[in-house]
Each structure stands twice: as C-alpha cells, then as structure tokens.
Design a protein around this ligand. Structure first.
Ligand code: 26Q
Length: 798
C-alpha cells in the first residue's frame, strides 16, 4: 500500500487521540502498540474484504489447512513489512520520538503451538497469502498458549501464557454470522424417516456453539489477505439451563482453554479428543455451507474445496465429513465417499510410533457416538474392498482403522484421503519403506514428499536487518521479493571485502545476543568466541545430551590442561520440556547446573561458557538464530522428520553441524560437503543396529576411557545439586542401553567439533563457508513448499 510518512504521522496521532485519549509523550509502549495495530487494521480492512468477495465471486477453489497448532509469534512487524509500510512507520516513529523496537516488543507472542509443527502451519499461512493461493487456516483459539518457561534453581517451572493480556488479540475479528453448533456425547440410534430411509437420531447430546475469530494473513506486497480462522467455544443461550454450576461452564470453557504442551508422546485424554473434534466439525460445517452458497452440487465439492490434515490431530475429518454429507445433506454413501477422498489430504510429521494417535474405541464412542458408527462403516468397507482385491490378510490387518479396541487415526487419514506426504526426502522414504510401508504397497500413488520450508522474510528482513542491508549492498535488493536471487551471492564468496562485511554483520548480531545474555543471566560472553547453538524442544531423540557430553569432555580437557589451545566457545541452549517428560526436565536441570559450574570456574580462563536461555519462543529465536556461528542439528539419524530451525540458521550464515537426518541431508546437498560438518551414523547404520541387536552401550563405556570419564561426571558429584538427575541420565545411557546411540556417535561428534574449531581459526575460509550457506538457502523458502502443496496436492489456482 501507498503511505507517506506525513500521512502516517497524522493518522497515528489521530488514532492515539481517539482510542486512548492521550498524546504521544504520555503513552506507554503497550498503548502505542495497540494504537498502531488498530491503525494498521484500518489500513488493510478493505483489502481483506475485497479478497473474500473476489474469491466467492470467482468460485475459486480454496484449500483449508486444519491444524491444532499455529505458532506465528509476533504479528506487528510482519504485517507492516508485508503491507510495504514498515520503513515508513519506523521513520514516522523516529520523527515522533518513539523507538519502534520498544513498541514492537509490547506485543505478546501468539504461541498457539508447541514447536516445529505449529511454526510450519504459521509459515504456510504467510506463504499462502504471499504466493496468492486461496488457502485458509482452521484451528483453535486457545486462551493460554504454550506455557511460559522460567528456570528456578536450575529447574523448569511452567507458568500460564496469558497472551490475551489486557488488550486481547488486536488482530482478530469475531464473526458472529458464521457460528455453528457442534454435538458431543449422548446416544445415537437410527430411525426410519417418512421416506423409509434410516436417519440418525441424537439423544441427550451436548450442543456447543463454535464461534469463529478470523486473523488476517497478509501477503508480501501483493494486496492479498487470507484468513486464519480460530474457533472458540460458547454455551448456546438456549441451553444455558443445562449449566447451572460454574463448574459445568468451566468444563465447556476448557475446550479452548489451553494448548496441550506435549509434542512428544500421544496421550489418550478425552479433552484432547473433544478439542480435535470441535475444531474439525466447526471448520467442515462452515466450509460446506459456504460451498453450497455458490449453488453447486455437493457431490462435486472436491472441485472447489481441499481439506488438509496437519498431522493426525484433525484426522477425524474424513469421518466427520462423511457424517455431514450423508446424515445432514442426504448424499449416498458411495458418492459421499468419493468426494471425501478427493477432498482430504494428510501430512505426517513423525515416524516415532509413540506419537501416532490411537483412540480407545470406547472413549471415542462415548464422545462421538455417530462418528464412531461412521468410522466402523469406513473400516468395514475398507476391509471388504481389500479382501476382494486379494490383499494379504496381514496387510489388511496392519492397515485397517479399528483393531484391538483402538482407532488408528493415521490409518483413517490415509484411507480417507488422496495424498500422504512426509516433510523431508529421507522422512518420506522412511514412511514408504518402514512406518507406512503396507499403505505404500496399497496406494503408492498417494505418497509424495514436501520438504518443509521457512518464511525467509521473518528470518532475514525482520530478524536480521543488518544482514539484509549487507545483502542489499552486495547483490541489490531483488532478493527481498525473489529469494532465489540470493544465489547471486555465490559470485562474492571469495571477495575479501564481502567476507569482512558479513563477518562483521555476524559479530554485531552476536553482540546483541551477548547483551541479552548478560541482561538475563548475568553471564558475560565474548563475541570472539564461537557461538554454538542448539535451540529446539527438549527431546531424547534430538540429543541435547550429546552436546552436554561434549561440553563435559571439553571441561575435563581444560581442567587437565588450562593452556589447551582452543577457540573459546559459548554453548547456547534454549528448550522447553513437556511438563510430564521427566528425562527432558532432568537434562535441563543438568545443563543449568553444569553451566553454573563452568561459568564460575576461573581456571577455564573464559574458554568455555554454557548458557541456557529460558522461555525459548519465536521472538527469542529471532534474536538467537542470526547470532549463531554453529547450528547444532544432532538428532539420531532417522528420528527428526525434517527440522526447520536448521534452515533458519543456514539462511543467516551459521555452519550446520549435523547428522544425516531430516532436512539436514538436503542442506548438505544444497551447500556441498565442504560447507557443512557432518558426523555420526547414517540411517542405514542405525537400522542395521536395530536389525542385528548388536548395540551394547556398557561395552563402549567400559572400553573408552574418555567416554567413561564423561559419563562418571554425572554421578560422582562433579556437577553440583543434581544427584538424582545425574543418576537418571547415567541409567538411561548405561543401564537402559542408550536408546539414541549417544555413545556410539560420541567420538565422531567430538571429531566434528574439532573440525569446527580448526575451521573457525581460518577467518576467510569460515566466512566463505558462511556466505555459501546464505547463498544457497533459497531452496528452503516456504513460498516454494506451499506452491508444491497447492499445485501437486490441492490443485489450486492463484
Ligand atoms: C499429540 C497427541 C496429544 C497431545 C499432543 C500431541 C502432539 C502435539 C504436537 C504431537 C506432536 C506434536 C508436534 C510435533 C512436531 O512438532 N513435529 C515436528 O514437525 C516439524 C514440522 O514438520 C518437523 O520439522 C520436525 O522434525 C518434527 O519433529
């Protein structure tokens, strides 16, 4: 949009006056933020309305991305950037004597997600708007997002994330005309209607109102705004008498009260099933209604609508869609089924079997009696069809939906849809070969890969403005619109002046982070040190503990020889553990105790520092990632489906230190073997161990004196205040045979770390590697990932 600085200043002063009845000097940062957000809303409202009108007039096909998580982080700055008015606003503020940064940080992160999966969903929303495809999000409007993490005495403490604060969500718009009702519980039986057709009768069901709130998703400089629709729950007025006690009402409000903070193992909680169904049913009901307004036949709905199932959390979708088409709109089963399969598609985000959702059939039946009957019918028909085709009985048993009293949600998603995709090449191969192999033999045509991506605008233009300015000076600013222009940087990787410039940019980012570290932890770190970063959810398979083992080794090296020749290192961690995940919490405690041991030991001469930054979230990532020299991506090969922070580090010039897992493999392919540091077993070597059952961690421990000493450190009192946690770690590694092969990969990891040390000493060589990473990171733009979804799965037009 067009906006002059003068106009903006006038508008801003007027809005502040109207909304807050005050003038600039008196306003708090949060009042300034709210005012600016309200003004920005005014600026984009007509564009938003036009977009919605145009889509329905032109009867465009729309994809709906169903996800129980969306993790956008702060919205103000991206909204301004995408509207093309960020610089104007900054200049206007400067003239008004307002520091833009103070105002920006008054916005609370929108953290309706745990980690990778939720962040990917948010990235896709941005990229759908930016590429111009009609794609809308569908999720839940949680009152509390992912918990706020505080570290007290080295332990993680979880606090509620009251992100609405006093100002609510300034970006959302409540859409009362689109409310729908969702039915849960009760009994359902079939009864013949006047035409003699069996129809379901609901008896004693709980009826809840789903109220949508739309959050605009603004495309980058293209006048396109899509919707992210988040559902809230309310008690319909006509049923209020059913909820006389406050407690009864609270049970309803619980449905959208909190995001489940577990991103690891599946838990069969009733409330979770209710959440999943609530958002899925509400979303599908409005989709069908708005389709029918176009006057088109329902059996062709797949021509205008795609429904994407982001992991299995919305996987009840095929069954609920069938319920709506058959029960509510009277379609014949077979016709409805064809439309359903053509409408639905599914992304798998994990091969860990403990994360695959399976619902207890009795629980499912109790919560969703009619959907349960439909699931049984889908399952029966699937089994019969496969048997008629002569499919092996064991394969049928492995792939059916209902068995052993459980409902397998991944199976429902695959059978009920036309597409299944993994999120990186290796991950998709593993799905085909292993996790979903039987399905692959039945439906090879459904399988495809869509390697994840990131919103480059947030990670460069917003998180790394100095880097962005340096890019402008080196290759022009075309890369801001077309990220593939980053490749022009390949022509400058050997240019000493360019190397210096980008080295300095990194130093500046490190200085900013160092100031934050000093501020929040009191620890002083030198920007001459290598900033070695591992930020992600805490999980055994991600192997933060392997990083810790290496730190302990360095600690002993320095204790033995204080003059050891090494480039100083700052190891930086950020990680939340699921509240019930004991082992992960123990690792956090140990990192913190190890940090205070090391950071306070003067004999180490400042060569080693360990920092744990609390409450890792999107905003903190924006500060940390551009300041990293080394990006730790050290999961056990085969376990990390893709990873996405690896891409953000690469794009901002960190060197990836990685196993051949997830998208690390594709990073290596893009940047070349010389510009990444790879170590450890590959997936085949890991699988060989599984097949041969030949891994014995105690043997490694007993035969390798370095490892022996490192492991003993957990239990011999060296690290203070964590006897119990140290013992738990010792037992995981030795008694329980080191499930994630840390000891097996340790030696190779240490060597890789030594390579990092050696490489960093050659400033020119390191700078060249860093530039090569930035220059070849364009493959990982989520704009391209979403284009592939749109063209290959959803069949959308721009
Ligand atoms: C399931 C049932 C009950 C409660 C919670 C859950 C649950 C919630 C979140 C299970 C899993 C998640 C999140 C998974 C996740 O973030 N996976 C990551 O997805 C990224 C995007 O594809 C990948 O890059 C990561 O490799 C993958 O770990």
């Amino acid at each position: 949009m067009q906006l002059t600085k003068e106009q903006f200043i006038r508008d801003f002063k007027d809005t502040l006056h109207e909304e807050q009845l005050i003038k600039v000097p008196k306003a708090t940062a949060s009042e300034l933020f709210t005012t600016l957000a309200k003004l920005v809303r005014k600026y984009y409202t007509s564009t938003w309305i036009d977009r919605n009108n145009r889509l329905s007039e032109n009867q465009e096909k729309i994809a709906y991305y169903f996800s129980i998580e969306f993790l956008p982080g702060r919205m103000l700055e991206t909204n301004l950037l995408n509207l093309g008015i960020l610089e104007t606003v900054k200049e206007g503020f400067a003239e008004l004597g307002i520091d833009f940064n103070d105002v920006k940080v008054a916005e609370h992160d929108m953290a309706l997600g745990n980690g990778g999966l939720g962040r990917l969903a948010a990235a896709f929303m941005d990229s759908l708007a930016t590429t111009g495809y009609p794609g809308f999000g569908n999720g839940l409007r949680y009152k509390y997002g992912l918990f706020k993490q505080r570290i007290v005495d080295g332990y993680q403490v979880e606090l509620p994330d009251s992100w609405f604060g006093s100002m609510g969500n300034v970006w959302e718009v409540r859409k009362d005309h689109d409310v729908v009702d969702v039915k849960l519980f009760g009994n359902v039986y079939l009864q013949a209607n006047e035409e003699g057709k069996l129809v379901p009768v609901y008896d004693g069901a709980q009826v809840l109102r789903a109220v949508p709130y739309d959050v605009p998703q603004i495309g980058f400089e293209n006048d396109i705004i899509n919707n992210l629709r988040l559902w809230d729950v309310e008690i319909p007025e006509e049923y209020e008498l059913n909820y006389p006690a406050l407690e009864d009402r609270r049970r309803v409000q619980d449905i959208t009260a909190i995001l489940y903070p577990d991103d690891t193992s599946y838990e069969g909680k009733q409330l979770r099933l209710v959440q999943e169904y609530f958002m899925t049913s509400a979303g599908l009901q409005t989709i069908i209604k708005s389709y029918l307004k176009q006057g088109l036949p329902l059996e062709n709905i797949h021509e205008k609508v795609s429904v994407h199932i982001n992991d299995t959390h919305p996987a009840v979708a095929p069954a609920e869609f069938m319920r709506l088409l058959v029960d509510e709109y009277g379609l014949e089963w077979d016709i409805a089924w064809q439309a359903t399969v053509k409408t639905m598609s599914y992304t798998n985000h994990t091969i860990l079997s403990e994360a695959l959702e399976k619902w207890d059939a009795n629980l499912f039946k109790q919560v969703l009696p009619r959907v349960y009957q439909i699931v049984l019918e889908i399952d029966n028909r699937f089994v019969v069809e496969m048997a008629q085709k002569g499919v092996d009985t064991q394969v049928i048993e492995n792939t059916r939906i209902v068995k052993n009293g459980q409902i397998h949600m991944a199976n429902l998603s695959i059978i009920g849809g036309h597409s299944v995709n993994g999120v990186a090449k290796l991950h998709t191969e593993l799905l085909k070969e292993d996790t979903l192999h039987d399905f692959y033999t039945l439906y090879p045509e459904k399988f495809n890969n869509k390697t994840n991506g990131i919103v480059q605008r947030r990670w460069t233009q917003i998180a790394a403005p100095e880097l962005s300015a340096a890019l402008d000076r080196t290759i022009g600013n075309g890369w801001r619109k077309d990220i593939h222009e980053l490749r022009k940087l390949n022509d400058f990787v050997d240019d000493a002046a360019v190397q210096d410039t980008f080295y300095q940019v990194k130093q500046d980012a490190k200085a900013k982070l160092a100031a934050y570290i000093k501020d929040t932890t009191g620890v002083e770190v030198s920007t001459e040190a290598i900033f070695d970063v591992q930020v992600k959810r805490l999980h055994a398979y991600k192997r933060q503990l392997l990083n810790v083992l290496h730190i302990i080794k360095l600690y002993w090296d320095l204790k033995d020889d204080p003059d050891k020749d090494m480039v100083p290192r700052v190891f930086i961690f950020g990680a939340k553990a699921a509240p019930g995940y004991r082992f992960a919490k123990s690792v956090i405690k140990v990192i913190n105790e190890l940090a205070s041991l090391i950071n306070n030991d003067d004999s180490l001469q400042g060569k080693l520092k360990v920092i744990f930054l609390e409450n890792y979230n999107v905003s903190l990532a924006e500060l940390i990632i551009p300041a990293a020299n080394v990006s730790e991506q050290i999961s056990l090969a085969s376990k990390e489906a893709s990873g996405t922070s690896n891409m953000k580090f690469m794009m901002t010039g960190a060197i990836t230190l990685a196993t051949l897992d997830g998208a690390n493999i594709e990073i290596k392919d893009e940047v070349g073997d010389d510009n990444v540091v790879i170590f450890g077993m590959n997936k085949d070597e890991v699988y060989d161990h599984y097949a041969r059952h030949d891994y014995y961690s105690r043997g490694v421990y007993e035969n390798n004196p370095v490892i022996h000493r490192v492991i003993d450190t957990f239990v011999n009192g060296t690290i203070p205040n964590c006897q119990g946690e140290g013992m738990e770690i010792y037992e995981a590694l030795i008694t329980h045979n080191d499930e994630y092969f840390l000891l097996e990969d340790f030696t190779s990891y240490v060597e890789a770390q030594e390579r990092i040390d050696a490489l960093y000493r050659g400033k020119a060589k390191w700078s060249r590697m860093s530039l090569m990473n930035i220059a070849n990171s364009d493959k990982f733009t989520s704009d391209d990932t979403i284009t592939q979804y749109a063209e290959e799965i959803w069949n959308l037009k721009k």
